[in-house]
Design a protein around this ligand. Sequence first.
Ligand SMILES: Nc1ncnc2c1ncn2[C@@H]1O[C@H](COP(=O)(O)OP(=O)(O)O)[C@@H](O)[C@H]1O
Ligand SMILES: [Mg+2]
Length: 155
Amino acid sequence: MILRAPEETRALGRRLGALLRVGDFVALLGELGAGKTLLVRGAAEGAGVTDAASSPTFALVNLYRGGHVALQHLDLYRLAGPSELFALGFEDLLAEPAATLCEWADRAGPALPADRLEILLEPTGPEERRATLRAHGARARQLLDALSEAGAPEP
Ligand SMILES: Nc1ncnc2c1ncn2[C@@H]1O[C@H](COP(=O)(O)OP(=O)(O)O)[C@@H](O)[C@H]1O
Ligand SMILES: [Mg+2]
């Protein structure tokens, strides 16, 4: 789908956030400035989290509570290598009672959960992004179907 302005990316995040449940994993892909953090901010709003999502560039993990589901916001941009995933406690994070949104998820490689919704954001103009959504697994497929029904812009 085409997101014609930052607000459309945020709105996609809001629709997603409203749907997320404990155990869901959303892999966010795309270059710096693609809109991954903005989408997470929308997801936090959609989940009913009151404090705004800030970029976890230095924290690697931010936890947002207070919504209908707790959200873990991961950013693997600064990940030095797979061994750091263990230091980060990636496996333990996946077992937390939360939904997870992970920027630069491709850096986790084979450690990514098998069931995950992938969202690739690509700039197609200064204010425009192409979002490509791919479901891996049954739960991700449910999310993708629900997102498509929830008034998403035409693909
Ligand atoms: N359609 C769009 N969707 C998302 N962000 C956009 C869009 N158009 C412009 N932008 C801008 O691009 C930047 C995206 O930043 P950010 O969400 O931090 O990206 P990332 O986390 O992928 O590095 C923001 O400054 C935002 O205003
Ligand atoms: Mg970011």
